[in-house]
Design a protein around this ligand. Structure first.
Ligand code: PRP
Length: 215
């Protein structure tokens, strides 16, 4: 039996996903220890777990370096990789929104050369250009996006809103919601053919656990 490899997006999603893997009988105990290791093996179940940067999870899965991935829907939309999205895990829930100063609410269409700062420029471009038909100048940032309108880098931002605390504390508001997001389980297309039974066992376990949690 060959190893099945699972790519986990480092951070909170990995922690929550690990708890589910443990509850279905996988041994991820080594990952719970504070270590700088990036690859962990469960010999008994012939599983490997790798910790990767969130935006790289779809890449590992598309190329088959990982059979399964756990990653946010925003990353899946942004990366546009060729893979199967199998389960909505129901955690890591948040929204992708256009945000900015409240006086721009309802007025975005009137601004001829709107500038938007975003960590996910693909999602921002698709929303403004394809859905709304509005020309927009997108500025890619890597974090602390809320700063951009405060210092005049952009008019608005396209960013993740979870509790809304970051917006509030920086005097910004949701102007237009784009879509809901949460963690997803994704699968490599070839692995799904070659290792269908083992992968579907994991998929079905994740499905029933997440359905139970949402009751
Ligand atoms: C994310 C996001 C917002 C914040 C939203 O940033 O980009 O800034 O969380 O959460 P809230 O609505 O609960 O305040 P993250 O903490 O990942 O850090 P970053 O700004 O470095 O991307």
């Amino acid at each position: 039996m060959r190893y099945l490899t699972v790519a986990l997006a480092k951070g909170r999603l990995a922690e929550l996903a690990m708890d589910i893997f443990i509850s279905i009988g996988m041994d991820c105990s080594e990952m719970k220890e504070k270590t700088r290791k990036l690859i962990f093996t469960d010999e008994k179940n012939k599983m490997k777990f790798i910790l990767v940067k969130a935006s790289d999870v779809p890449t590992y899965v598309e190329y088959g370096a990982a059979d399964i991935g756990i990653v946010g829907k925003d990353t899946i939309l942004e990366e546009g990789r060729n893979l199967y999205e199998m389960v909505d895990l129901g955690f890591g829930k948040c929204r992708m929104c256009v945000c900015g100063p409240v006086d721009l609410k309802g007025r975005l269409d009137e601004i001829p050369e709107l500038q938007a700062a975003a960590t996910s420029p693909g999602i921002a471009r698709r929303y403004f250009q394809d859905e709304k038909g509005q020309t927009i100048d997108i500025i890619k940032l890597n974090g602390s996006v809320e700063l951009a309108p405060l210092v005049g880098l952009s008019d608005v931002i396209v960013d993740i809103v979870e509790t809304g605390k970051t917006l509030k504390e920086n005097g910004l508001d949701v102007l237009e919601p784009i879509c809901g997001l949460s963690a997803r389980l994704v699968v490599n297309k070839v692995s799904m053919k070659m290792e269908r039974e083992r992968i579907m066992n994991i998929v079905n376990s994740f499905r029933s656990i997440t359905e139970e949690a949402q009751k």
